[in-house]
Design a protein around this ligand. Structure first.
Ligand code: PEP
Ligand code: MN
Length: 345
């Protein structure tokens, strides 16, 4: 809470505020600017609320500055949350591997990618049926036909599905197939879409906007939470910087920063951050080492034929190696790779 004193406030007025805050068990920090004095209060906001500070002589304004993202904030919820997607946990005790094709292209390609994911040890299948492409001439996804393919592949493999929704009008339809809805970087501040997925009762993976600050990312999550859905997983997928060697710059510090500010799980997308196959493993190592709650990885049985993001897609052996490294690193962080945890449970 911050008290803004008016320009006419006297030293006596300031002293009176400091004193009354002290009687309520708080501390007051006085900052004098050129044109005004502000007093920062630390203590029990509820008790300050009973003091009628606004009515005191010299007080121009009283501003509450407890975090704006109340529902997703860790202040009000110190324990880190676990979100369950079709029974698969994403949270602080485990590391979850999500893998699958960038886009659903054919039943055969999706099934092969899902089998690669499953046999390597992934617990969730990713795959886009609605693709938010930069170019309107690029492959836009198969739409509902793609969702049906995903549902068939789920039946075949048992892997729950994570898939993107790009339009608020499609939320109900996508949710009727998906186990978790993905909001992509380009829609990370599409507030109507955020509110729609907040009302649908399915877990949501919220990617960070490529130009969004961590604060803006958490506020986007707050839009979902405010509609009653707290099953949100945050996904750091790289941000826009001056660097052109990688597709995006993986902001690895965003993981512990977001985990400190919010109780929500935080995963990393090494595929869309680097945009290059050779970077996926090193970025995954970094993600697990820094404490990410999972990673989401693009795989494709024939990356050279992929309709979307082939250059970053892993093939079978790469994914096995990645899972092996995750399995080795996770115990160092006091965690287990999810499939292994379930297998030994
Ligand atoms: C994706 O995961 O398929 C995707 C489009 O990612 P992003 O929104 O991070 O670009
Ligand atoms: Mn992609």
């Amino acid at each position: 809470m911050v008290i803004v004193m008016g320009p006419e406030a006297t030293q006596g007025d300031v002293d009176a505020v400091v004193q009354i805050v002290g009687t309520a068990g708080g501390e007051a920090f006085v900052s004098r600017g050129i044109s005004r004095t502000i007093i920062g209060l630390v203590g029990d906001i509820e008790r300050f609320g009973t003091l009628n500070l606004r009515g005191m002589s010299g007080v121009a304004d009283v501003i509450k500055v407890s975090t704006a993202h109340k529902l997703v904030s860790r202040d009000n919820h110190p324990e880190r949350s676990t979100v369950r997607v079709g029974g698969v946990p994403i949270g602080p005790d485990t590391v979850t591997l999500i893998a699958g094709p960038c886009a659903v292209e054919t039943p055969q390609q999706t099934l092969e990618a899902a089998q690669m994911a499953k046999s390597a040890g992934a617990s969730l299948l990713r795959g886009g049926a609605y693709k938010p492409r930069t170019s309107p001439y690029a492959f836009q996804g198969l739409g509902e036909a793609g969702l049906r393919i995903l549902a068939d592949v789920r039946t075949e493999t048992g892997l729950p599905i994570v898939t993107e929704v790009v339009d608020a009008h499609d939320v109900e339809l996508v949710a009727s197939y998906a186990d978790m809805l993905q909001i992509g970087t380009r829609n990370a501040q599409n507030f109507a879409l955020l509110q729609a997925v907040g009302s649908i009762g399915k877990p949501v993976m919220l990617k960070r906007g490529m130009n969004a600050t961590i604060e803006e990312w958490l506020m986007a999550a707050e839009y979902i939470a405010q509609r009653g859905n707290l099953d949100i997983v945050l996904c750091e997928r790289g941000i826009r910087t001056f660097e052109t060697a990688t597709r995006n710059t993986l902001d690895i510090s965003a993981v512990p920063v977001a985990q400190r500010l919010s109780h929500l799980p935080v995963i990393v997308d090494p595929s869309h951050s680097g945009g290059r196959r050779d970077l996926v493993l090193p970025l995954t190592r970094a993600a697990v080492a820094i404490g990410a709650d999972g990673v989401i990885i693009d795989v494709h049985p024939h990356p050279e034929q992929a309709l979307c993001d082939g250059p970053q897609a892993l093939v079978d052996g790469d994914l096995r190696e990645l899972a092996r490294v995750m399995r080795q690193l996770s115990p160092l962080l006091g965690r287990t790779l999810v499939g292994d945890a379930l297998a030994t449970a």
